[in-house]
Design a protein around this ligand. Sequence first.
Ligand SMILES: [Zn+2]
Length: 319
Amino acid sequence: MKKKKRKLKKKVKFLIKLLLVIIIILIGILYLLKRVNDQKKYEETYEYKLTMKGYSTDDVNSILNKLEDNEINDLLNIEYNDLIPKLIKEKYFLFKNLNRYITYYEKNKKDLNEVISLVNVNRDCEYYENTKPADLTNTDTMLVNKYYYLEKDYVDSELTNISLSYAYAGNAAAKRVIDAFLTMYNDALKDNIQLIINSSYRSYEDQDEVWSNRRATYGTKNADNYAARAGYSEHQTGLALDIGQYNYDGDDDNLPAYEWLANNSYKYGFILRYPEGKENITGYSYEPWHFRYLGIDLATKVYKEGITFDEYYAYYIEK
Ligand SMILES: [Zn+2]
């Protein structure tokens, strides 16, 4: 009896050991399978693919932060170039312009932030080259410059004559622009500045006459330096005002109104359209008198961002 019992005990012990060994082997196999699976999964991530392309951990982080999935996929089809991660880290980088940034940089060797600003506003093309129609889906936010034009028959639907109380004869602008100007006019008056509108809406035909006359006398280059071509003038939008100061006896180039407007006009929905030092971006000399209506929200955003409307439009509106 005792012998039989001992034999049974031994058998049970053996079976338990065997079972343990089998369990350990199974766990081992499962662990290995998981490892293989994890590795396979990792190899499918952008992180792995970008690293294999040559991007550093830091590059990968900014790529994942800034680019959309489809853009990352496109990036993976482009050969690594150490200029690419530097460009991506710039604030106003737009993926759709990547090749143009690279081409422009290689040709001009400017600072990358400048390359990005210039290419975003199409300065890698000549003025009036590769032009597009202005986006009329929201006229308050549309861009009209030497690359975006209005059709011959475009007139703002609210175009209204401006009262002679605060404009020279023959001026007209969109009604909402006149209303905004009037509020601004009254507030400027409290600071002893009397604003006056010198110029506002200009029709396609009027603009064409200015430009064509100039060209007939002095040639295309001179005409382009002096005036916008018809369709490309912001004055055709009915949203642009050239503002001066009434009854001021000092230096005409340095009107107190200019400083007041530069600092305050955004509160009423206007922005200084052609700032000093941005001639190559806007395509115009510094014009302290030229203001564009964008509505208070957008004007405030552009003002606070501290960039031209051309740059703002490229990065935030058109994208
Ligand atoms: Zn103007």
